[in-house]
Design a protein around this ligand. Structure first.
Ligand code: BGC
Length: 747
């Protein structure tokens, strides 16, 4: 993969440079002269227009504003359009705009390019399960190139919301529960989308969303209230956002939720305070879809005009779809409720982004039909999607090495998703084709297994319908087989936005069907296509193997077939804890200890401990967990010293041996526990990971480095410091890693 992706990155970089050089040839003043000169000519209306975004007629994720975007473009009232795609259509809209724009200010086209544009990669949660930063960056790079080739300038990604609640449907769009992993992923995604030079035609603006703490919605219900201490906000939820600022992200999006009584879109504390002042963010901030208008039902603004004033004053620069800035901002200015300086600042930020993309050099530079045709779903990109899908799978169980399958075995593939080409690309799959272009599992298997008498495919049941009419036929095929592979999961739209669930079991009668299959006394492998942690307690007890395949994207069927038949050894690790039952939620590995920690069945005190009376505390599968067709053994954990000084570094080394029969990739994880703090610290926290390919029979020494900076947290005085004292270190293949050592931080 590394070799492959480097070649691909090189190709992308070369063509990027060529395009950038082309753009630089056009005669235009530098940004710090061009933008002020332009703004000096702009009227208040023209400035406000830059802060207005309307949706074209594509996907809409909220109420339509009622504004006719075509008329508004003609009137010169629009700075940006979302949901228009394709060189032809965006080109037509751009022309309409340029023909009507007095000062020839181009439109900015935004779109939700989340995990691919047409070549669809695994959903973000699945891609994160690869723990492979190069793969993740490559996924974003391919998405950027395809969408840029199709007239898009700006994606609303990465979504970096930490979430500890699998009921929340949007966990599928994010990097899971952990701040450290999430921050690394967020950084890699921005680099992938934006590259090193926004002027390059392969780059698009990234947009970090949803600022902030949207993933902590109460009860996992989308758009719901959030309340938390500033310490938790800063320590757990904000670092991935900050990581994207460090990566140079061009734009931010506010979130729908309130935090501690203030909707994010009206939060001075968050937007002007933390993002723009504290972090020095110089790009622009867009609201989420009608986020300004929603401050009225939130009970924070008395009407839309008031909401607009609150948003601009908080530091919001662009109004997504709500039409509030367009309708009210001029009057608010006249009434002294907002200032010209605020409007100027917002306008400057938007214009600078357009400048950085080269749109003032040439508003049609993303509108090259030949390039569009040559770029979309080109072979290298499909190969890259296959490669990344193969890295995203997590093997949850594999009793008696039932996997990998052998081509001589008779295998009955059953289940509602076995021949699916629609759901397999997951939710929010941009312009991904759901009508036959994606590779189904049936297709993937048929490509690999030449002897068709060895495989059969039956649906058996539907995902949600209570229809038992197909079960007998599927059971009959299974009776004939040596191994049964059941492909089940959720509909793609059961995850993503507005898709929260209170029950996260395998939906419908799928489990009932599995129970029927189990009665046949043959090995049953469960392959899951889904977008969140599910409660799989029964499945874990009753199935022989379980492969979590998420929604693997366009090439998903090939990747799953290759994995089932052992051409790919799964090496993914869970980016979110899988609970035993939904009553344990929120459940996450880096929790605090309580004053009455429960020590499990051996605890001499069973009653007055922090525990459930009807369930274990522990999850079904911990964060970081994932098996392989081979086995890894950890030994020889060593620290370079038993003490770490203020300016020192501590080396942590461990030997990892591949003790099984296959070459395999392992994600070696380093966790740290700060034993005593001026505020309590989590039981352990991820502080490093390395993904390695280890050949069978081989052993590698893995080295991590820790410095006092890695041990910082918000202390009792809200200072971000490391406190002296005892630390424990754990290294292993998941967050339950047992191998441990200790050191003292001396400051
Ligand atoms: C979502 C955003 C998305 C926007 C534009 C909203 O409903 O929350 O994540 O970027 O729509 O489609």
């Amino acid at each position: 993969m590394k070799k492959y992706s480097r070649t691909l990155l090189f190709v992308l970089a070369c063509s990027a440079t060529m395009h950038a050089q082309k753009a630089k040839k056009t005669n235009i003043k530098p940004r710090n002269e061009f933008i002020p000169e332009l703004m000096a000519k702009m009227t208040v209306d023209e400035k406000i227009a830059q802060l207005v975004q309307f949706t074209a007629d594509g996907t809409v994720t909220g109420p339509k504003s009622g504004n006719n975007f075509i008329d508004e473009i003609k009137k010169g009232n629009v700075g940006s359009i979302l949901n228009a795609t394709g060189v032809k259509y965006t080109g037509e809209l751009q022309k309409l705009n340029m023909d009507n724009s007095r000062l020839k200010i181009p439109l900015l086209f935004g779109y939700d390019v989340i995990h691919g544009y047409r070549t669809i990669f695994p959903i973000t949660l699945g891609e994160t399960a690869s723990w492979d930063l190069a793969a993740v960056e490559l996924g974003a790079k391919v998405a950027a190139d395809e969408s840029a080739a199709s007239g898009i300038h700006w994606t609303f990604a990465p979504m970096v919301d930490i979430s500890r609640d699998p009921r929340w449907g949007r966990v599928s769009e994010g990097a899971g529960e952990d701040t450290f992993l999430g921050s690394k992923m967020a950084f890699a995604r921005v680099k992938g989308f934006q590259g090193n030079d926004l002027m390059s035609l392969n780059s698009i603006l990234a947009c970090t969303k949803h600022f902030a703490a949207y993933g902590a919605a109460e009860a996992g219900r989308d758009y719901n209230t959030v309340d938390m201490s500033e310490r938790v906000l800063r320590e757990v939820y904000l670092p991935p956002f900050k990581a994207t600022v460090d990566a140079g992200v061009a734009t931010f999006m506010t979130s729908f939720n309130e935090i501690a009584g203030v909707p994010s879109t009206g939060s001075k504390f968050l937007v002007n305070g933390i993002l723009k002042k504290e972090w020095g963010f110089n790009g622009f901030v867009v609201t989420d879809y009608t986020g300004i208008n929603e401050m009225v039902p939130h009970g924070y603004a008395k009407d839309e005009a008031h909401a607009g004033e609150l948003a601009l004053t908080a530091g919001v620069d662009m109004d997504m779809v709500g039409g509030v800035f367009l309708k009210h901002l001029k009057l608010s200015l006249a009434e002294g409720k907002v200032t010209m300086a605020q409007i100027d600042d917002a306008c400057r930020r938007v214009l600078e982004a357009k400048y950085d993309l080269g749109l003032f050099h040439d508003p049609y530079r993303y509108n090259d039909a030949k390039r569009e045709k040559a770029t979309i779903t080109k072979k290298e990109y499909l190969d890259a999607a296959l490669n990344v899908a193969n890295k995203s799978f997590v093997l949850l169980k594999n009793s008696n090495n039932v996997l990998p399958l052998k081509k001589e075995q008779k295998v009955a593939f059953v289940g509602p998703l076995v021949s699916d080409e629609f759901n397999i690309i997951g939710s929010w799959a941009a312009t991904g084709d759901r009508n036959g272009f994606a590779v189904s599992i049936q297709e993937g298997v048929n490509k690999l297994v030449a002897d068709k008498s060895k495989v059969s495919f039956e649906r058996g049941v539907e995902i949600l319908k209570d229809d038992r009419s197909m079960i007998q036929k599927a059971i009959a095929s299974a009776k004939n087989a040596d191994v049964i592979v059941a492909v089940m999961g959720e509909f793609e739209n059961m995850t993503g936005e507005a898709a929260s669930r209170t029950n996260i079991d395998l939906p419908g009668i799928q489990k009932e069907f599995l129970a029927e299959l189990k009665k046949l006394n043959k090995p049953v492998v469960l392959v899951l296509l889904n977008g969140r942690p599910l409660t799989l307690t029964w499945e874990n007890e009753n199935m022989d193997a379980i492969l979590e395949a998420w929604y693997p994207g366009t090439m998903g069927g090939d990747a799953i077939a290759q994995t089932l038949y052992g051409m790919n050894n799964p090496g993914g690790k869970l980016p979110m804890t899988f609970p035993r039952n939904v009553g344990q939620v929120p459940i996450y590995y880096n929790h605090k200890n309580t004053g009455r920690p429960y020590l499990g069945a051996k605890d001499p005190e069973q009653k007055y401990k922090s525990r459930y009376t009807d369930s274990d505390n522990s999850p079904l599968y911990p964060f970081g967990y994932g098996l392989s067709y081979t086995t890894f053994e950890y030994s020889n954990l060593k620290l370079s010293s038993s003490a770490l000084n203020a300016n020192g570094k501590l080396k942590v080394t461990v030997d990892v041996a591949n003790t099984g029969n296959y070459d395999g990739e392992e994600v070696v994880q380093l966790y740290v526990k700060d034993v005593v703090g001026s505020v309590t610290r989590p039981v352990r926290e991820l502080k490093g990971f390395k993904k390695l390919l280890i050949k069978k029979g081989a052993k590698q020494t893995v080295e991590f480095e820790l410095s006092p900076d890695d041990l910082r947290f918000y202390n009792i005085d809200m200072k971000f410091v490391a406190e002296p004292g005892d630390f424990e270190v754990f290294v292993g293949g998941n967050s339950d890693a047992a191998l441990n050592s200790k050191f003292v931080l001396v400051i």
